[in-house]
Design a protein around this ligand. Structure first.
Ligand code: 2IT
Length: 445
């Protein structure tokens, strides 16, 4: 019999100073421990011990020259977490906050998320503490070349297929893929999120945002409700927030906030127009990394240094980074009448915040289910690359929609409590876990 506290105490001992990894694993083990204890085959196969230990971790030095001619040194990583159900798959994050513990939490989450997508993909994550903010295109190019010169030793189209994450978008994927191609002379599509003219998939840039809205739409339907007319608070102003705002607007909801490192924008008219997003995109890619100019340009309100969780809305979607929504924020949202919360960033809510929503019986979609649309379309990009063809936007979007509906179904199947409350955290964790655990059992150690 596994006991949560003793198992977690041992895991903490083995992984000191990795609080995010401990937070992510604790949440999953809490959800699955009964399932594990009811199936002795899992204990016999040491499933929890094996699933919380990455298959392997690469750490490497990344040297690059800045525009002033000085040599800079960063640390790069690839955490290959689990390949029981398919090749390692997961993004690369370039952000000053990146540590090994961050990437282990993300790789662990990715394993369960990828399992939920219904596609054959294992879990991985990588990246660097390199901060792209304020860097020139040439600096980004030199960094990406150096990073890929090392990373290419560990990846391959049937082994490990990285993609983007925070700080890694179309520009970085292009540079990284260019370097891989120079060294290996292969056009195998070893990265996803590529440009359309060299093997990328249509709808990949919007996929995480579209997917989270499709998932939310299913949540509302399951509660006899509709997304039409709902007000939404989003954080972030990158690709993910953009896709979510576009899809929310198409489905008849209104997104009234976005946020950046400098604060948040409240726009009562809704942020989901092409013109407004083109401006956000300009702000982001011109390396300003601020949202304030939006307020002046479009006559909206800018609130400096704060997050959008103080705005009274029907639905909240953290779309920026882990632990961006605290227990305090959760209490404010609930007292202001929030009805649904959908994590779109990975582990966007602090553990206490997620628990609070669940205690208050607020339907709460966890990131590993709600944001799986991004990696799902990455999986579709791999399929297209393997077949040497390209699907239309409509074809990809239909497949994405069907996958999100299936993920929602799996959460309901495994997560419905006796009182009828759908505990999406439990549902996603159990559904994602079982597929990987059963595969590991069947393949032996
Ligand atoms: O967190 C994620 O799922 C991603 N950053 C996307 C990973 C991918 O392989 O597309």
């Amino acid at each position: 019999m596994y006991k949560l506290d003793s198992f977690m105490a041992e895991l903490e001992r083995k992984n000191p100073a990795q609080p995010e990894f401990i937070q992510a694993t604790r949440e999953v083990i809490e959800s699955v421990i009964d399932v594990v204890n009811e199936n002795p085959v899992y204990e016999k196969n040491k499933i929890l011990e094996r699933m919380t230990e990455p298959d392997r971790v690469f750490s490497f030095r990344v040297e690059w020259e800045d525009d002033l001619g000085s040599l800079q040194v960063n640390r790069g990583y690839r955490v290959q977490f689990n390949n029981a159900i398919g090749p390692y798959k997961g993004g690369l994050r370039f952000h000053s906050s990146v540590t090994l513990g961050t990437l282990k939490f993300l790789g662990f989450e990715q394993t369960l998320k990828n399992s939920l997508t219904t596609l054959p993909m294992g879990g991985a994550k990588g990246g660097s503490d390199f901060n792209p903010r304020g860097k020139s295109d040439s600096e980004i190019l030199r960094f990406c070349r150096s990073f890929m010169t090392e990373l290419q030793k560990y990846i391959g189209p049937d082994t490990d297929v990285p993609a983007g994450d925070i700080g890694v978008g179309a520009r970085e994927i292009g540079f990284l893929y260019g370097q891989y191609k120079k060294i290996r002379d292969e056009n195998t599509g070893v990265l996803t999120g590529k440009g359309i003219n060299f093997g990328g998939s249509l709808v990949r840039p919007e996929a995480t945002g579209f997917g989270t809205m499709y998932f939310a739409d299913e949540m509302l339907k399951a509660h006899g409700d509709t997304i039409v007319g709902k007000t939404i608070a989003l954080s972030g102003f990158g690709n993910v927030a953009w896709g979510a705002a576009v899809k929310a607007t198409q489905l008849g909801a209104k997104v009234v906030t976005i946020s950046g490192p400098d604060g948040y924008i409240y726009d009562a008219d809704g942020v989901g127009t092409e013109e407004k997003w083109a401006f956000m995109n300009y702000l982001r890619t011109s390396n300003n990394d601020v949202v304030e100019p939006y307020a002046k340009k479009f006559g909206a309100t800018f609130v400096a240094g704060k997050k959008p969780w103080e705005v009274a809305v029907d639905m909240a979607f953290p779309c920026a980074i882990q632990n961006e929504l605290s227990l305090e924020d959760a209490k404010t949202l609930v007292s202001n009448g929030v009805r649904y919360v959908v994590e779109t960033s990975n582990m966007g809510c602090e553990a206490e915040a997620a628990t609070y929503f669940i205690e208050k019986k607020i339907p709460f979609g966890p990131g590993k289910a709600a944001n799986a649309g991004g990696v799902a379309v990455s999986g579709l990009e791999m399929s297209q690359n393997a077949m040497h063809l390209a699907w239309s936007a409509q074809e990809v979007d239909e497949k994405l929609h069907a996958i999100m509906v299936k993920i929602h179904e799996a959460c309901v199947l495994e997560g419905k409590d006796e009182d009828g409350y759908i505990n999406y955290v439990k549902g996603a964790n159990i559904a994602g876990f079982k597929k990987v655990a059963d595969a590991m059992v069947m393949m032996g150690y």
